[in-house]
Ligand binder design. Structure first.
Ligand code: FES
Length: 169
């Protein structure tokens, strides 16, 4: 090969240099964005943590409200969340119901409506649910109260993920 064939012109040198520098800068900007976008998805098992809420001995067949506090990772933001949950004995099982009305999200209470003392009652639009959290036909909610997965271990009631129950009037 001749020496002439190996020569790099000033124009080629600048093109290679600017392309290389531009590529490094683009990678430097895109890598953090990609990491923030993918990081929560790569944290496996974050939702499977159980939260201890009560002793089994505290529960009765009447729904009672218990506080529940847990740490929530929302993308790259971690916060402490406090919620309430209705717990009750339901035969041999423990039922854990969300107090959030499935109509428009107000908080329900149990036994506060004098005409329906054995039901959950939502004061916002007069929604009602039976003792197992099933919505009462003819009231605004169209599906039952959401429930939590329940695990009883060593006399402690632990809650997992919340889920929508099937059914509805
Ligand atoms: S929000 Fe409960 S009935 Fe409307």
């Amino acid at each position: 090969m001749s020496e002439k064939e190996h020569k790099v012109s000033r124009r080629q040198f600048l093109t290679y240099t600017l392309t290389g520098v531009g590529g490094f800068m683009a990678a430097g900007m895109l890598m953090p964005m990609a990491r923030f976008a993918l990081d929560p998805a790569l944290k496996a098992g974050a939702d499977s943590d159980l939260i201890t809420v009560a002793d089994l001995s505290e529960l009765t067949e009447e729904p009672q409200l218990f506080p529940m506090t847990y740490t929530q990772d929302d993308a790259w933001y971690t916060s402490e969340v406090s919620e309430n949950v209705f717990l009750m004995l339901n035969g041999d099982d423990v039922l854990a119901l969300s107090p959030t009305c499935t109509h428009l999200g107000c908080q329900v209470a149990f036994g506060t409506n004098e005409d329906h003392p054995e039901q959950f009652y939502c004061p916002c639009h007069f929604g009602r649910f039976d003792k197992q959290g099933n919505n009462i036909q003819g009231t605004p909610p169209t599906r039952p109260l959401d429930a939590y997965e329940v695990v009883v271990e060593d006399g402690k009631v632990k809650l997992g993920s919340i889920y929508q129950r099937q059914g509805g009037a």
